[in-house]
Design a protein around this ligand. Structure first.
Ligand SMILES: CCCCCCCCCCCCCC(=O)SCCNC(=O)CCNC(=O)[C@H](O)C(C)(C)COP(=O)(O)OP(=O)(O)OC[C@H]1O[C@@H](n2cnc3c(N)ncnc32)[C@H](O)[C@@H]1OP(=O)(O)O
Length: 173
């Protein structure tokens, strides 16, 4: 069964972006120090104006533990002139494999992310990120992905990642 995620962009009142009001301030030890809403907080890939940054939709297959992201990187994500910045590519890879890990394993964090950048991605082109859960070992989830052109003729990037399920017995994060 496949479910769409963020297919329609959410809108907070008075802004073009959904809010993350549940966040709180944290000290250097990562422990919450003040339960204060961060009204300006935004999910990073949703933080730029529509059409200029990360434009994407994700779909998750619960049976096969796969997450697919259709991405168009806008003009604010330029690195080398005419091409997407590697950090922007890494962000969307982390978000896609992260979504796959979260929907499979619940509360997780990225522990390791390895990316091979094979070809530069032209700015404003549409690419597909295909990710799948490879294995689970205890609290560790291994997820890999590739980034390809829509026609699958060009392989832009490949990545492997490790997500660790948060241990409720540990206070941080
Ligand atoms: C619809 C729902 C939507 C919700 C929104 C979804 C958005 C999704 C998109 C968001 C995407 C964005 C997501 C983000 O951007 S997450 C932000 C970036 N990530 C971080 O900041 C994480 C920082 N690191 C930590 O907090 C801790 O180190 C964690 C929590 C990861 C593990 O600390 P913890 O104390 O809990 O675990 P442990 O140390 O006992 O280790 C446990 C096991 O793991 C193994 N290990 C650990 N680290 C590594 C490593 N680097 N390489 C290889 N192995 C590693 C370790 O050997 C051990 O293995 P074993 O001995 O058991 O075999």
């Amino acid at each position: 069964m496949s479910i769409p995620i963020n297919l329609v962009r959410g809108r907070g009142v008075g802004s073009g972006r959904p809010r993350q009001d549940s966040l709180c301030l944290r000290g250097a030890d990562s422990k919450p120090v003040k339960e204060e809403p961060l009204s300006q907080a935004r999910l990073f890939p949703r933080s730029l104006e529509e059409g200029l940054g990360f434009e994407y939709a994700m779909f998750h297959n619960q049976v096969e533990n796969r997450t697919v992201c259709i991405l168009q990187g806008g003009p604010y994500l330029q690195g080398i002139p005419g091409f997407l910045h590697g950090g922007a590519i890494a962000t969307m890879i982390d978000s896609t494999v992260g979504m796959c890990a979260v929907l499979t394993g619940g509360a997780v964090m990225t522990a390791n992310l390895n990316i091979n950048f094979r070809r530069p991605i032209p700015l404003c082109s549409v690419v597909v990120i295909n990710s799948q859960l490879d294995k689970i070992e205890g609290r560790k989830l291994f997820v890999s992905c590739n980034v390809q052109s829509l026609d699958e003729k060009t392989l832009y990037s490949e990545a492997t990642s490790l997500f660790v399920k948060l241990d409720p017995k540990k206070t941080s994060p």
